[in-house]
Design a protein around this ligand. Structure first.
Ligand SMILES: [Zn+2]
Ligand SMILES: [Zn+2]
Length: 244
């Protein structure tokens, strides 16, 4: 686990190879993604570091509704009335986190890619198999979320996957459209998540153009370290790699 400031007004919380972010923008205080259930306990420490608490958080904006990105969303919604934003094409997964269909059977991956075992094992210990569904969701396609986040629909990893761009700050949150650590293979560097987690790999590859088009300087991913060499370079590298 680690909490770090990645740039002014943005904290990264890393737990079990999975990132979520605290974003301060003018008066707004929001989360981008909601980690795993265990990540909840680290959010308090992160908020304390910036002199805030959960009562100050208004929204969680979710890049996509996989279990490792909505881990504490239902809890925050229930305990603090936080609004949870999800693209409508992911609402069904959000309500039923274990019903989604990956492009390839997931159980094969630890056999084919032993590098995935430490990451997937730590995700299970962080509650990956007991993520509660979340209902009463704000519609990320119909309305703009707060904190200056520009929503760009980038399907492929899931049907409703979105990247979140802060144009005036040169930052893009890429969720699992582009990662720097693939939990299913353990490989690092900019890439598309393996077919074990990605619904439609060719579509996900096409969506890399939308990541590049942000021309953001700082790329903050759903898994792995921040990428500081620009969205265009990250997308180009990801495009050049075969999807596992
Ligand atoms: Zn995912
Ligand atoms: Zn993920």
């Amino acid at each position: 686990m680690g909490i770090s400031q990645v740039t002014t007004g943005i904290l990264r919380i890393e737990d079990a190879g999975t990132n979520c972010y605290v974003l301060e923008h003018d008066d707004a205080l929001v989360f981008v993604d909601a980690g795993l259930p265990r990540t909840w306990r680290f959010t308090h420490e992160a908020l304390r570091r910036i002199g805030r608490e959960w009562a100050d958080v208004t929204d969680i904006v979710v890049t996509h509704a996989h279990f490792d990105h909505i881990g504490f969303a239902a809890k925050a919604q229930r305990e603090f009335g936080v609004r949870v934003w999800v693209h409508p094409e992911d609402h069904r997964i959000a309500a039923h986190p274990y019903r989604y269909q990956p492009g390839r059977p997931r159980l094969l991956y630890p056999l084919l890619h032993p590098g995935s075992i430490p990451v997937l094992g730590s995700m299970v210990r962080a509650g990956a198999l007991r993520v509660p569904g979340v209902d009463a969701i704000e519609d990320l396609a119909a309305e703009q979320p707060p904190a200056g986040l520009r929503v760009i629909h980038t399907p492929g990893h899931t049907d409703g996957h979105c990247i979140l761009h802060l144009p005036d700050r040169g930052v893009v949150f890429t969720g699992d459209a582009l990662v720097t650590l693939d939990p299913y293979t353990g490989r690092t560097g900019p890439r598309v998540v393996a077919r074990a987690g990605t619904k439609d790999a060719p579509v996900a590859r096409d969506s890399l153009d939308l990541v590049a088009a942000t021309d953001a300087d700082l790329v903050l991913t759903g898994h792995g370290e921040p990428w500081t060499h620009g969205a265009a370079a990250a997308a180009q590298l990801a495009r050049s790699r075969e999807i596992a």
